[in-house]
Design a protein around this ligand. Structure first.
Ligand code: UTP
Length: 307
């Protein structure tokens, strides 16, 4: 059996849901407290035993490379100031994983971003993790999928249940139950209307794939939104061989979405020993009062209110 050693992180999207912030900064570098979103995802991959990460980036994403690189100058400053704790943390981040970077020159879709990783991944199974989705739970999300991959020796797609009102934002699985929370995929339906959705199991940003998906992606025509969709390729794959989909346990935060980002920030702040007490008191005060300062407006507020 071939072990899954590599994970592909597609990071080349435009992040239009988070404009204007994402005009010049990657959404994956948004901080959840003091750590960029993508670091949470790297740590999840490392925890699941992944040894090499292939980051597919694009223009304006250099900050991601710098974050995982060594910074001699900064390290020197920290050493001189005797800030050894944070120095050790920076060194830990730079040594988290072997990372290879590839550029997707044009954002032609998630499927195309995955295809860009073919030369580095080669002929072996690999994980895919979206760099703007944080999973939080007792066990790493990718580790949960890897267990099923090792058992079934077939591609496994990560799922979570979503409210019926939200199925139109996701790829939805139509599958035959194998056991609790595990399905053999019959078909994947991209962004169905609530009344047409075959289930409420949505594809989230974690996959274990086999290299035969590259051949499919290489010849695939653009789908929804004119993009090369990974979901379309997985539909083709599911007609050629068994493909499974599994419910991942844990909380999920889509930080590429404003509400998801806010929820993640509050969630992690309330979990952090150094912040939780004061932050909880602050939140309780704000909620009791209604608003911090009812008279004042956020600059540009009328623009946002109309979105
Ligand atoms: P999304 O649709 O969530 O990302 O793509 P986006 O396009 O960046 O964001 P919005 O919707 O405009 O706000 C899912 C994932 O696929 C990556 C994105 O970076 C994200 O992690 N992606 C998407 C690519 O790497 N390349 C692409 O061409 C498209």
């Amino acid at each position: 059996m071939q072990k899954v050693r590599k994970a592909v992180f597609p990071l080349a999207g435009h992040g239009t849901r988070f404009l204007p912030m994402t005009k010049s900064s990657p959404k994956e570098m948004l901080p959840i407290i003091d750590k960029p979103v993508v670091q949470y995802v790297v740590e999840e991959a490392v925890e699941s035993g992944i040894r090499q990460i292939v980051m597919v980036t694009g223009r304006g994403k250099r900050a991601i490379e710098d974050h995982f690189d060594i910074s001699y100058e900064l390290e020197d400053v920290l050493r001189k100031k005797n800030k050894l704790d944070i120095l050790a943390e920076l060194q830990r981040i730079a040594s988290l994983s072997e990372i290879t970077y590839i550029r997707q020159k044009e954002a032609l879709g998630l499927g195309h971003a995955v295809l860009c990783s073919e030369m580095v991944v080669g002929n072996e199974p690999f994980a895919v993790a979206l760099g703007d989705e944080i999973l939080y739970g007792p066990k790493s999300g990718l580790a949960q999928l890897l267990e099923v991959y090792e058992e079934l020796q077939a591609p496994v797609i990560g799922l979570q249940r979503v409210p019926r009102s939200e199925v139109s934002h996701y790829g939805i699985v139509d599958g035959t139950p194998v056991r609790d929370g595990l399905f053999r995929v019959d078909r994947l339906v991209e962004k169905p209307k609530a009344q047409d959705a075959p289930s409420d199991y949505a594809i989230i940003g974690r996959y274990i794939l086999t290299p035969d998906v590259y051949g499919i992606l290489g010849t695939q025509k653009p789908g929804v939104g004119g993009e090369i969709q990974l979901t379309d390729a997985l539909n083709t794959l599911a007609r050629l061989r068994p493909v499974y989909a599994m419910e991942i346990q844990g909380d999920r935060f889509d930080t590429g979405d404003k509400m998801g980002f806010l929820k993640a920030t509050v969630h992690f702040a309330l979990k952090r020993g150094d912040l939780s007490e004061e932050f909880r008191t602050f939140l309780q005060g704000v909620l009791a009062q209604g608003s911090l300062n009812p008279e004042s407006e956020i600059p540009g507020e009328t623009v946002y209110a109309n979105r």
